[in-house]
Design a protein around this ligand. Structure first.
Ligand code: NAI
Ligand code: MG
Length: 497
């Protein structure tokens, strides 16, 4: 791979600045990680019927943290049956104001235990504590609060319709925002009166299992939320289970397509939140330093393990060189290392296999003749790491421009006109997010209307709010999470009598 570290005195001065920092470590002792975890079915923690388990790894060290149960088909059967019983024996018919009480309690418990949840998220998944503390956990609580507020007001969410719950929902979530995705899925489903079987991702099960403890503490009735840990086979058993009324999946486009095929013709409801290849469109009148911060946040947040990451920079020709120079300088300032250090900007790659995927893409880009820029400082020795990377000199047909890397890798292209910018931004099979950077309001509107993306941010990026629907078009999936649109995905609607 051709690496071009920053040369000369500017780089040296930055290196000196870094030497002045001392680590500010968040304490690991606020969490207790048990040696082994079972499945949570019908309010009980129990071993899987065939006794299978696997270790969850700490990405920052590569060491094993705990043995986690692997649910087989019989366990998934049990979990679906427990969810059905809880649905029919009370949850379905409970007044919305009572469901709201449970959700408010859970939201408060997430806030009370925020520090513990944040530390555990960073240990199990590798993301910087600054992010788990300031983004993941507060947003998870916000989703629970928001939906608690809707539980007794569903008739206003969809005016003119009578809203009923769907029944038992199967929810499969990825490893990039483990607690937040659990909250995104659980909160609307419960608010609408459904019961749940949730499958966390195999590399990051621990915060969902801690959330299960909080669910018990909130006295949410047994069986309303069941948690089956395991890998793809467990997910497949859940997604195709005949006792499920809806599947909500967040993950790769490939697996999402498989689930859609498996459910075709069954009448089971489905929402898919899949991959993305989001573009930043930076026009020559944009506030450049502000754009640099937005671009850095857009692609290096959570090591780029973000479905809506802004992984393609499209810069207008007049400012492209200057913008790229500022970005190269900016990545030299990013602090890469211990996720529990409060100074850390970029943490560990989630798994050895994801690291291999990222390396493959960047090596491929280097062989294709692209220029690769990475910070000059060394990476930690143990664990899984990949430096923030800028790939320039691309034409547009390279694999790295077309496929989701799901790592800290930004590609750079240029454009001359609005029309060209829109055409390049839309030249992808995905359609999840985009960012427009310009001082001109009419241009924001013109461009946004033409971008094929579920979310368009203007002069900012990666802004989330539970009241704002999130989701994709084309191969980024369908269905929305958040807002009134997200509630409707968990309801059967009939015309009001
Ligand atoms: P994945 O799609 O396999 O994993 C997501 C979830 O689906 C996990 O809980 C997994 O256990 C489950 N799953 C896997 N196979 C399944 C099946 N056949 N039926 C039902 N559930 C199944 O993603 P993976 O392999 O971890 O990552 C590979 C690539 O996928 C990444 O490099 C990235 O490009 C993309 N990805 C995108 C995500 C997003 O949020 N858009 C999240 C995770 C991965
Ligand atoms: Mg892990």
């Amino acid at each position: 791979m051709t690496t071009t570290p920053l040369q000369g005195s500017a780089g040296d001065r930055l290196a000196e600045t870094f030497a002045d920092y001392v680590p500010s470590l968040e304490g690991r002792d606020v969490v207790t990680i048990r040696p082994r975890y079972g499945l949570v079915i019908g309010g009980e923690e129990r071993s899987p019927r065939d006794g299978g388990s696997y270790p969850t790894i700490e990405p920052a060290t590569g060491g094993a943290l705990a043995e986690v149960a692997e649910a087989g088909p019989a366990d998934v059967d049990d979990a679906v049956a427990a969810a059905r019983r809880a649905y029919e024996d009370g949850w379905r018919d409970m007044p919305g104001r009572r469901r709201a009480v449970y959700l408010f309690r859970l939201a408060r418990l997430v806030q009370d235990r925020a520090r513990e949840l944040a530390v555990l998220e960073s240990i199990d998944g590798g993301k910087p504590i600054r992010e788990s503390r300031d983004i993941d956990v507060p947003l998870a609580a916000a989703h629970l609060f928001h939906h608690a507020g809707w539980a007794d007001k569903l008739e206003y969410a969809v005016p003119g319709m009578r809203a009923r719950p769907l029944g038992v929902v199967g929810q499969i979530i990825p490893w990039n925002f483990p607690l937040l995705m659990a909250a995104w899925k659980i909160a609307p489903a419960l608010a609408c009166g459904n019961t749940i079987v949730l499958k966390p991702a195999e590399t990051t099960p621990l915060t969902a299992l801690l959330l299960a403890e909080l669910i018990r503490e909130a006295e949410i009735p047994a069986g309303v939320v069941n948690i089956v840990t395991g890998a793809g086979a467990t997910g497949a058993a859940l997604a195709s289970h005949p006792g499920i009324d809806k599947v909500a999946f967040t993950g790769s486009t490939e697996v999402g397509k498989g689930i859609r095929r498996a459910l075709a013709g069954t009448g089971t409801r489905l929402t898919l939140e899949l991959g993305g290849k989001g573009a930043h469109l930076v026009f020559d009148d944009a506030a450049l330093d502000q754009a640099v911060e937005g671009i850095v946040d857009g692609i290096f947040l959570n090591q780029g393990h973000v479905c809506c990451a802004g992984s393609r920079l499209l810069a207008q020709e007049g400012i492209a060189d200057e913008l790229l120079a500022r970005l190269r300088r900016r990545i030299e300032l990013l602090r890469i290392g211990d996720p529990l250090d409060k100074n850390t900007d970029v943490g560990a790659i989630n798994s050895a296999s994801q690291l291999e995927i990222i390396r493959g893409y960047v090596d491929g880009a280097a062989s294709a003749g692209c220029r690769i820029d990475q910070p000059s400082r060394p990476l930690p020795q143990r664990g899984f790491w990949f430096p923030p990377t800028i790939v320039s000199g691309v034409g547009g047909s390279e694999t790295i421009v077309r496929e989701e890397v799901f790592g800290p890798v930004l590609t750079v292209q240029t454009f001359r006109t609005e029309a060209e910018a829109v055409a390049k931004a839309n030249a992808t099979r995905y359609g999840l997010s985009a960012g427009v950077w310009t001082e001109k309001g009419s241009r924001i509107l013109w461009v946004s209307e033409r971008l094929r993306a579920g979310v368009v941010w203007a002069n900012c990026f990666n802004q989330f709010d539970p009241a704002s629907p999130f989701g994709g078009v084309r191969e980024s999936g369908f269905g929305r999470e958040g807002g009134r649109q997200g509630l409707a995905e968990y309801l059967t609607l009939d015309p009001a009598a």
